[in-house]
Ligand binder design. Sequence first.
Ligand code: NDP
Length: 352
Amino acid sequence: MAHAYGIFVRMHAGSFNDKSEHMSYQPSPDRYQQINYNRTGHSGLLLPALSLGLWHNFGDVDDQSVASEIIRYAFDKGITHFDLANNYGPPPGSAETNFGKILKRDFAGHLRDELVISSKAGYRMWDGPYGEWGSRKYLISSLDQSLQRLQLDYVDIFYSHRPDPNTPMEETMATLDHVVRSGKALYAGISNYDAAQSLQAFTILKRLGTPCIIHQPKYSMLVRWVEDGLLDLLEEYGVGCIPFSPLAQGLLTGKYLNGIPADSRAGKEHGFLKREEVNENTVGKMKRLNAIAAGRGQSLSQMALSWLLKDKRVTSVLIGVSSVKQLQDNLGCLENVTFSEEQLKQIEEVLA
Ligand code: NDP
């Protein structure tokens, strides 16, 4: 398994023809001194304090030269973990295809073993009764399709992207166990499961012998449901936590303080951040948080990420970026992840 990607590259070397223009990428030799790696729950897997998600900015609608610049910059800074799902794009699937091309061009050979690549299935991916949710039929077909798009023969983490109220939890978890045993994934994870559903999933997976190592919930200063039981459960069961949309899709950055820029997620037609979410009330809060961040010598984005990283139950924070500049800014959060009691109190007052 360790050299699976290398074997794949050798097998398909003949079909790859745009390698020459990017032959020059050499990862930074000091990349592993740039970031901390945290243990994912009780597993053997270490993840960087910040991970990069490819939900937006890596689809066919996006500039591919920016996309590969972001991936290379991230890796140069020690970000080894890249998160995908079957439906990321647009169009759905194109983020995996485009990332697969970047991998093959820039990360061929042994670098596959230095990367942690995840994918998921759960949301609608194709028409008909087998194109979404949590059946064995859908999850296995979807993972096979993801591997083809990524041009890989395994992902490191495969997630059930959302709980399925109509498929027995036993079936969904047995499928995760199966894909790990078959070598198509190295670890199993769940996403968007509430605390009660998570407990059920952990119990079944443990019994099957493939423990769930990670949970991917939505968590940020603006969305805090995980504090109401899930984080405690993850700690108790030795499961890692990788919060998604930690910047509330860009709201928790300086970006919307003076209106909606045309090139922002809220400004773009295909972006998932709705214009209505950038309202007077939210922007008012962001302005107050921005002042607290300035007092800490941080940008608002940096403070929002540090605020999540202060909790030791958080393994890695899963960010998105549309430029290298944003990634640079966000990496700056690592310089200060502690908060005084007074700062925490001020933040709570704003968020209340
Ligand atoms: P964030 O909350 O980090 O939002 C990212 C967006 O914020 C960027 O695309 C950019 O938007 C803006 N931004 C980021 N940094 C800065 C900065 N320094 N200054 C100004 N603006 C900035 O995360 P996402 O919502 O993108 O989610 C991250 C990842 O989480 C996804 O890629 C995916 O892997 C995962 N995810 C998982 C889900 C699940 O159900 N499991 C659901 C959603 C996400 P702009 O384009 O406006 O520049």
